[in-house]
Design a protein around this ligand. Sequence first.
Ligand SMILES: [Fe+2]
Ligand SMILES: [Fe+2]
Length: 206
Amino acid sequence: MTEVIDSDIIIVDYFKNMMIKEIAKIVENACKQKTNYFGYGAWTYHILYVVKYAKLMAEKFGADEEIVEVAALLHDYASVKDYKLYKDHHLHGAELAEQILKEFDYPQDKIEQVKHCILCHRGSKPAQKLTKEALCVADADSLAHFDSISSLFCLAFSRHKMNVDEANNWLMGKLERSWNKLSPQAKEIVKDKYEASKLLLGNRER
Ligand SMILES: [Fe+2]
Ligand SMILES: [Fe+2]
């Protein structure tokens, strides 16, 4: 009896891991496309960090690691796929996630949990987070910015065509909004980096 249960668990884990790898491929491929406004850095310097921090926060909050990993992978998919969707990418992203996950026959209740995480991930579009998983993904999205300062500068100069002062102010504003959105547990993880960024980027006088 025990052996049967063990092999069932192994099979379920196998398909779950395969699905996550496939979703990662879909998102990474979208990031590689020339049409991706944010460039491949969206994958290497943002989404991969969001996945890492979402799993870390899931451990801290006792949240479902599978849901947070899937949602973290897909949370910005809409804006990577089509920059025109950026303004409401949380809404479009939730719809696209449902389409993708249905292809994998993912259970509807889990699809709804992933969609809720994507709908709530943005600091600039506050929404009530009803689950621990949504808290993890929103925290992770902000935490990731503190590991990607060089790539955010690159985005400011090369894509947004900002000058040095504009880029500096834009980035400091982004980091401040990210900080304000964090849970107390996530602030603990990143407080040294936040203080350092204020020291380096804030109140610059010439
Ligand atoms: Fe986003
Ligand atoms: Fe994001």
